[in-house]
Design a protein around this ligand. Structure first.
Ligand SMILES: [Zn+2]
Length: 173
């Protein structure tokens, strides 16, 4: 397993609608393992393939937060929201591609999502709470959408400028 480099916003690859995984090849399984390792290492609770520069519809998640609790690594290939609740909830979101920036985002409180696992088996789950927010945030990445796209333009521009500065500093280091 390899820890991949996480792209930092702004990057054109984070703005693209990416195509489905056509076939679950050994390369796709390796990418899934790499993404999980990269996510845990960051550390983060979710990661989408475009964030590591791989333009396919695949995300990883693990929203288990309790100390000492059993981890629950999930790999979702070609995930699709099949139902979302009218009720919404607000979470303070962050993103591994937008380090150290957080903002409240309102989304449906509960969603049903279907996907293929790494064995190609169809799965469906009803997500609530943090899991529901996280899965919607990650699926947004597959459609070129970031959590800052939900913010007012001024706030979004402020965060984008901070990220441009961060990238310049990192490039010089
Ligand atoms: Zn993100």
């Amino acid at each position: 397993m390899t820890i991949r480099t996480i792209l930092i916003h702004p990057d054109p690859r984070l703005k693209k609608v990416v195509p489905p995984v056509a076939e679950i090849t050994p390369d796709i399984r390796t990418l899934a393992d790499d993404m999980l390792q990269t996510m845990y290492d960051a550390p983060g609770i979710g990661l989408a393939a475009p964030q590591v520069g791989e333009m396919v519809r695949m995300i990883t998640m693990d929203c288990v937060k309790e100390e000492g609790a059993e981890p629950r690594p999930l790999v979702l290939i070609n995930p699709e929201v099949t139902w979302s609740s009218d009720a919404t909830s607000v979470y303070e979101e962050g993103c591994l591609s937008i380090p150290e920036q957080y903002a409240d985002v309102e989304r449906p409180a509960e969603v049903k999502v279907s996907w293929l696992d790494v064995d190609g088996t169809a799965q469906e789950e009803h997500f609530k709470g943090l899991w529901a927010t996280c899965v919607q945030h990650e699926i947004d990445h597959l459609d070129g959408k970031l959590f800052i796209d939900y913010l007012k333009p001024l706030k979004r521009q402020m965060i984008t400028r901070k990220m441009q500065k961060l990238k310049r500093e990192r490039a010089r280091a």
